[in-house]
Design a protein around this ligand. Structure first.
Ligand code: NAG
Ligand code: NAG
Length: 277
């Protein structure tokens, strides 16, 4: 069991969906006491996020799994829920097991919950997500996300799946990416968004003009630094420059606006989700 810190409820939902886990809720007495003891052991925070929320309808609280709050054995802390400034739709559990509503963008630790599963076929990529395909040329697995996301959301989605935004380490891997693109032509992505550029794992780390992979190597150290013609261009149309990394269809590198939703490519080591307990 792990306690993570993150700052947006929706990001959690996105994160855990990929690994078959959910944000833990004290849905029964066992879960409540397990959560309380883990919180007591692992954090000094005054509370932890639960998966209980009212995102879809103010005041109607459900766990991520769909259990209504009325069936969850917890009581509100004094003066809660107060829906302060009409902005509180997420539920934290305090150390004594009572609950309170907070803004979903507040920062609290949280617990992930995943039912124990036996003998599930995990495939060559070590995940239940069949969109990951193993490529023997690099020994990595790849997933092309056709639904556009901003670069930070793309980063979170790949992490949640046990992977990371793809890092190109060789000409051969650039070819792998190019082949992956070929399997995902524009026609597979209905909607009005950029389809010739996909987010991958390099960015400027807020050091304008410097490009490193998300694992901290220069592109040269990582093994591949072929930019598309005229890139990085740091286009400053719009309010900011282009500080996040992407790859064009031919497998050459690009810089993009971090908040521009585009498709993205995740890479995963086949053993990244292997339990080491
Ligand atoms: C639980 O903790 C909250 C916050 O410290 C406190 O206000 C409340 O009285 C406590 N409730 C119980 C039942 O101990
Ligand atoms: C990119 O453009 C931004 C906004 O004009 C500017 O602040 C920044 O210095 C530029 N970065 C580079 C590497 O040219």
């Amino acid at each position: 069991m792990t306690i993570y810190f993150f700052n947006s409820f929706c990001v959690f939902v996105l994160l855990f969906y990929g690994v078959g886990a959910v944000l833990a809720s004290p849905e029964n007495g066992n879960l409540l006491s397990t959560m309380k003891s883990l919180v007591a052991q692992h954090t000094k925070s005054c509370g932890v996020y639960t998966g209980i929320h009212a995102t879809f309808s103010k005041g109607d609280y459900y766990s991520i799994e769909g259990v209504p709050l009325s069936k969850i054995p917890v009581s509100w802390a004094p003066d809660e829920p107060d829906n302060f400034q009409n902005g509180e739709a997420c539920i934290i559990m305090l150390l004594n097991g009572t609950v309170a509503d907070v803004q979903c963008t507040d920062v609290y630790p949280y617990l992930c919950f995943k039912k124990k599963t036996k003998n599930m076929f995990m495939g060559a990529c070590g995940t239940l997500d069949t969109e990951y395909t193993f490529d023997a040329r690099t020994g990595s697995c790849y997933k092309f996300h056709r639904l556009p996301q901003t670069w930070p959301r793309a980063f979170a989605a790949c992490s949640g799946e046990g992977g990371h935004l793809a890092i190109i380490n060789s000409d051969l891997e650039a070819q792998v990416i190019k082949d992956l693109y070929a399997k995902n032509p524009d026609s597979t992505m209905p909607g009005n968004f950029v389809k010739h550029s996909s987010h991958i794992g390099h960015c400027d780390w807020d050091e304008r003009g410097l490009w490193l992979t998300i694992h901290g190597q220069t592109l040269k150290e990582a093994g591949y630094d072929k930019w598309s013609n005229g890139e990085p261009a740091n286009s400053t149309q719009g309010s900011t420059g282009q500080y996040c990394g992407a790859v064009h269809r031919p497998g050459t590198l690009n810089d993009v606006w971090c908040n521009l939703p585009t498709p993205f490519i995740c890479e995963k080591a086949p053993d990244s989700l292997v339990d080491d307990e």
